[in-house]
Structure formats: structure tokens, C-alpha cells
Design a binder for this molecule. Structure first.
Ligand code: DAH
Length: 346
């Protein structure tokens, strides 16, 4: 092919380049080893001297025209490519956002935290105890020896023989805490935790439920200290107008023992279905720690006295959130928590 026709063809080809591939093909067609310009180049040596220079110059012009075109277009295409990519990846902030499903705190957990906060503010510690417990701590050291009829009321899951069980109450933590205090240090603890009883599950019973145990041991503690403490927690949980009252009761580990009622925050005493028209709701068992219990755990009852209480955590939460089925706490339906989360923030 003559130089002139290569030139004409190049000019025509240049007009037909529309993409980076076509651009590379063009470069190959003319500049690769067997390309049209390279072929013309190998003709140089066959030319006579005076023609060589002119031919060489023209060929160079052709080559640099192609090279310049190549470089320019390459930049254009690269920029175009980049812009396309940027446009594709751009975030349209006017689009509606994807909904992120958020969780909500477990209501029982939330209630327990609320109770913890009130007691922490009064200088109590939050302590823990094992769920698999010794019979000794769950019963014996709480004044409930083997064969005592009071054991029947807490139909217990035994894990191994007669000594190891799933705790039927959080009260064994009282024993453990006193043993640690070695009869010397005052005690102020609460212990929220799981407990187990062989109950048939229904709207008000669960074979696993939670209690919040409390224990205070110090010098000169009286029932009125217990009353003040219970009053405070009732008001904090259910509102300033809530009152508490004690009814005589019986527990082996307290003397005297009481049943704790709070005034119905729903009807304020007028009577409704929450308080079964009595105006009062039972929320805990409590009392003054029995001298024998103090003694068995190393505290001299002549020197020390104390009070203890045990709240049913689900019961507190059911009242607070108007839940009428205890099983609501133990199914895995997240919508339940959500409903209460919303109620709270409304
Ligand atoms: N442990 C008792 C129960 O499960 C509740 C209780 C009553 C706890 C009186 C106490 C207490 O600490 O003093 O029924």
C-alpha cells in the first residue's frame, strides 16, 4: 500500500473510532509489527537517498498524527469511563431510605434495670448467684429443713440426688452474701435472677420466672426501714401517688413476715380488673431476717438485724406494661418488645 493511500485510509479510520476498543484496534492496524505504518517503514531502505528523507518525514508525520490522536482519545475515553462509574455509584439523597429494622430492649430486662438503678442510688450492690444451687442454701440455711412442709409450696427441680437443685427462689443469694460478709460487714444487696419451679405454664405461671431479691443487714434496722424502702421503689416504678401496705404473712426465713401490696396505680384505689376491685396489688414477700437465718450465716442477731424482700419481676413488669400473660416474656416475638418500646416513648 502506498503512503498516500495509507494516509487516506488512516483519515477515514480515525473518523470511525467510537470506543476504546476501536481506538486500540486502530493503533494495532497501523503501528503493530505488521501494521501499515510499520510496513511502510521497512520500505525506506529500498528507496533512493533523495527520496528517503521526504518519505521518512511523511511517515513520521503520519505516525505522530496517529499517536497524538491515540493519546487524546484515550484520555477522553478514560475520563468518560470514570464519569460513568461515578454517576452509577452516586447516592441519590432524595430517595426514601431503606428501613432498618431496629430491636427494642426486652421489657423484663428494662424493668429490672430500672429497679437496679433505684437501689444503686441508695447504695445497694447488685449481686449474682448460681441458678444450680445447693439444697443447703436454697432451703436449709433459710430455716427450711428437709421434710419441712414449706418445701411443698416450691415444687423444686432436683438436678442430682437431694442436694443439687435449680433454685426455686433467689433467697439463697442472701445466705451466700452473708457468708461472704463473715458476720462483720453491713450488707445492702439486690439480686435479680432466674428461678425455677415445677409449675404448669399458663397465663400467670411459668416454670421459669424471675425474682428480685433484696437484703439489708446492719445495726438497728427495723420494719419501718423496710417500709420506707418499699414505698420508694413503688413510687419510682408506678408514680408518686402509689402507696404501699404490709399484710401479715409467714415465711420461714423472716420474722415478722409480710406480704407487700401497692395501691393500684390504674384505678388509684377505686377498684378495677388489675387489682381485682380491691384497690391493692400484691408485688412481694418480705420481712425482718429471722434470727436463726442470721445466726446460721454467721451474723449475731444480738448485734445485727436486717430486712429482706423478694419481688416477682414478671409481676412488676406485667403491671407496669399491662401484660396479662406471663408467657409474653418468654416467646421470641420481637413485635411484643416493640409495642412496649413505643408505648414508653409516646
Ligand atoms: N423467696 C420468697 C418466695 O419465693 C419471696 C420472699 C419472701 C423473699 C420474703 C424474701 C423475703 O427475701 O424476705 O416466695
Amino acid at each position: 500500500m502506498s503512503l498516500e493511500s495509507v494516509k487516506t485510509e488512516l483519515e477515514k479510520d480515525i473518523k470511525n473510532v467510537h470506543s476504546i476498543q476501536e481506538l486500540n484496534e486502530l493503533k494495532n492496524k497501523y503501528l503493530s509489527k505488521k501494521g501499515l505504518i510499520s510496513e511502510l517503514n521497512s520500505e525506506i531502505k529500498t528507496l533512493k537517498n533523495e527520496k528517503r528523507k521526504e518519505f521518512g518525514q511523511k511517515l513520521n508525520e503520519l505516525r505522530s498524527k496517529l499517536n497524538t490522536f491515540y493519546e487524546e482519545r484515550k484520555n477522553d475515553y478514560e475520563e468518560e469511563e470514570l464519569n460513568k462509574k461515578l454517576a452509577n455509584e452516586a447516592i441519590d439523597i432524595t430517595l426514601p431510605a431503606t428501613k432498618i429494622i431496629s430491636g427494642a430492649p426486652n421489657i423484663l430486662e428494662k424493668l429490672i434495670e430500672e429497679v437496679e438503678e433505684v437501689f444503686l442510688s441508695m447504695g445497694y450492690d447488685v449481686v449474682d448467684g448460681p441458678e444450680i444451687e445447693l439444697d443447703k442454701y436454697n432451703f436449709e440455711m433459710l430455716n427450711i429443713p428437709k421434710g419441712h412442709p414449706a418445701r411443698d409450696a416450691q415444687d423444686t427441680f432436683y438436678v442430682e440426688g437431694e442436694e443439687l437443685l435449680l433454685r426455686s427462689q433467689t433467697s439463697p443469694v442472701q445466705v451466700r452474701t452473708m457468708l461472704k460478709g463473715e458476720g462483720k460487714t453491713p450488707i445492702r444487696v439486690i439480686c435479680p435472677g432466674k428461678t425455677y419451679r415445677r409449675d404448669e405454664d399458663d397465663a400467670t405461671h411459668s416454670h421459669q420466672f424471675m425474682q428480685i431479691e433484696g437484703l439489708l443487714v446492719d445495726k438497728d434496722i427495723s420494719l419501718s426501714d423496710l417500709k420506707g424502702t418499699i414505698d420508694l421503689i413503688a413510687k419510682k416504678l408506678y408514680g408518686e401517688n402509689t402507696e404501699s401496705r404490709f399484710r401479715p404473712s409467714y415465711y420461714q426465713f423472716t420474722e415478722p413476715s409480710v406480704e407487700v401490696d401497692i395501691s393500684c396505680f390504674n384505678c388509684e384505689g377505686k377498684g378495677c380488673n388489675i387489682c381485682k376491685n380491691t384497690g391493692w396489688i400484691t408485688v412481694a414477700g418480705a420481712g425482718m431476717v429471722h434470727p436463726d437465718v442470721l445466726r446460721m450465716s454467721g451474723y449475731d442477731p444480738k448485734e445485727w438485724s436486717g430486712f429482706a424482700f423478694g419481688f416477682g419481676a414478671e409481676r412488676l413488669a406485667m403491671l407496669k406494661y399491662y401484660i396479662n400473660d406471663i408467657r409474653a416474656f418468654y416467646n421470641t416475638d420481637l413485635r411484643e418488645s416493640k409495642v412496649f418500646d413505643r408505648k414508653e416513648s409516646e
